[in-house]
Design a protein around this ligand. Structure first.
Ligand code: GLC
Length: 538
């Protein structure tokens, strides 16, 4: 177990993200719940993780699956009760597994009591908790578009004003300029810290300092001032792991966020590697260039070494399954899932595993009516109106839609994959008979045990946590090879990115090195097989 009394324990930690709606149902209502998570803690313990990033479980009308919170201090009845949450925290701690709550601080739900009050009158003390601008009913203050489509402004008759929302109209943006609001947020965070949570993930944190008059969403001028105050008033009173979601973060900003002096957060999720195969819009695809991918990872690895801290991730609840996107989820599903894991877990930073990634769960193709994600459904409607063909739009959804990652966790080959005895809120991927946790646990060569090994290597060899990083063969279009060094030791990570064999002469000095992990049974010194990967150490 990690010693979580040390300030920098987050550097040795491995996190696991749970999307509670899809993890484990215990009531038969078709959605996951907190008791379901408690039931599966031993599974997570076996995997070896140290913390769970729990996507939002607070009270919410669920317009955006909990990213629209109507009470920050209570649990949504769909997930259970505050007592269940206390039980989860307690049972987790017993197993060395902490809970990281998801803090949605850029916006609340329009059902939050603050907003209900705010929209009644301009004189209401809560009015200023949100971002309002004058205008006329038929003319919004400006033409800003919300992330989920449509105008970023919604009119309210009672106050004759528009409120600003970077996401859905049901997610009004909070006004961080208001000191009373900030105080309420800090007190709420301290409430959860008192209950024993061990960390927080901060939703779209780079958007809190918006300046809509200047059309600024991410990286507003006061962002880091706000973050330093937030951190001082809350996180720094404990010994926590904190990570901010920051689509707009570049390397220099990441150094501020993850400043080793602890003045902001432990680390950020930045998305430069994720954005590489994206065209002008999220839904437009372009082929992934391995050379660019390597350069992106290498730039971050090198720049943050001793200057900040990386998070390492390929998957989350907003992204397609990487094994489907960048790997081969058919013939080489197992090898490519293991290869992607090797590539990522060999680097410096805190790895985050998204539920089902450790099983090699894949994307799904549904009929448009069976999708649940509002972003996907809004986009379908908008693109239809713009004249895109159904087929075109569906191809974007298959590749990029958020429901790819949100299908229920595949526990076993019983009906509904053991996720629920009722009707699952989102279709179970029909491949659950071949891809499920029970099978993985019974197969010593499974992806699950490969992740377990990667996690245990990180605990055993300091080089994973502290070693520096050198990218080798940067221009090679098939191989991703890098080395890490710490004191007199060196580690070589070799990954063959693709369905083809690739010539590769293992350098002589590595021929007798220890093989820490590999995804084939042996090593050939002159060729790498499809999606082959290994980590050598000397
Ligand atoms: C973040 C969340 C996403 C949510 C959005 C609005 O990007 O990860 O799921 O829809 O914020 O809260």
């Amino acid at each position: 177990m990690l010693d979580k009394t040390k300030k920098d324990w987050f550097k040795s930690a491995v996190a696991y993200q749970i999307y509670p709606k899809s993890f484990q149902d215990t009531t038969g209502n078709g959605t996951g719940d907190l008791k379901g998570i408690i039931k599966r803690l031993d599974y997570l313990k076996k995997l070896g993780i140290d913390v769970i990033w729990l996507s939002p479980v607070c009270k919410s009308p669920q317009v955006d699956n909990g990213y629209d919170i109507s009470d920050y201090r209570d649990i949504d009845p769909m997930y259970g009760s505050l007592d269940d949450m206390k039980e989860l925290i307690k049972e987790g701690k017993k197993r060395g597994i902490g809970i990281m709550m998801d803090l949605v601080l850029n916006h609340s739900s329009n059902e939050h009591k603050w907003f209900k009050e705010a929209k009644t009158s301009r004189d209401n003390p809560y009015h200023d908790y949100y971002v309002w601008r004058d205008g006329t009913k038929d003319k919004a203050p400006n033409d800003m578009i919300a992330c989920f489509g449509g105008s970023a402004w919604t009119w309210v008759d009672e106050v004759n004003q528009y409120y600003f929302h970077q996401f859905a109209p049901e997610q009004p943006d909070l006004n961080w300029e208001n000191a009373d609001l900030r105080r309420e947020i800090y007190d709420m965070i301290l409430f959860w810290m008192d209950l024993g949570v061990e960390g927080f993930r901060l939703d779209v944190i780079d958007q809190i300092a918006k300046e809509p008059d200047l059309k600024i969403t991410n990286n507003g001028p006061k962002l880091h001032e706000f973050l330093r105050e937030l951190s001082r008033e809350t996180f720094q009173k404990g010994c926590l792991i904190t990570v901010g979601e920051a689509w707009g973060a570049d390397i220099e900003r990441a150094k501020l966020y993850s400043n080793p002096d602890g003045s902001e957060l432990s680390m950020v999720f930045q998305f430069k590697h994720i954005l590489l195969d994206q065209g002008n819009e999220k839904w437009d695809l372009k082929p992934l260039s391995l050379v660019e991918l390597k350069k992106t990872f290498a730039d971050w690895q090198i720049a943050l070494h001793n200057k900040g801290w990386n998070s390492l991730f390929l998957n989350n609840h907003d992204l397609p399954r990487t094994v489907s996107r960048w790997g081969n989820d058919k013939e080489y599903r197992v090898q490519s899932a293991k290869m992607l894991a090797t590539m990522l877990h060999g680097m410096q930073g805190t790895p985050y595993i998204y539920q089902g990634e450790e099983l090699g769960m894949t994307n799904i193709k549904l009929n448009i009516d069976d999708y649940k994600d509002l972003e996907t459904l809004n986009m379908y409607k908008e693109r239809k109106e713009k004249g895109y063909t159904h087929e075109d739009i569906m191809n974007s959804i298959y590749a990029r839609g958020r429901d790819n990652a949100r299908t229920p966790m595949q526990w076993d080959n019983s009906e509904n994959a053991g996720f629920t005895t009722g009707t699952p809120w989102l279709s179970v991927n029909p491949n659950y008979k071949d891809i499920n946790a029970e099978m993985a646990l019974n197969d010593e060569n499974s992806i699950f045990y490969y992740y377990q090994k990667l996690i245990s290597l990180r605990k055993e060899y300091k080089i994973f946590v502290d070693g520096d990083f050198t990218l080798l063969e940067p221009e090679h279009g098939k191989l991703f090879i890098y080395s890490r060094k710490l004191d007199n030791n060196e580690m070589l990570v070799i990954c063959n990115f693709g369905d083809d064999k690739t010539e590769y002469k293992l350098p002589n000095e590595w021929k007798n090195a220890n093989v820490l992990i590999q995804n084939y049974n042996d090593i050939k010194t002159d060729v790498l097989r499809p999606w082959e990967s290994m980590i050598l150490y000397k």
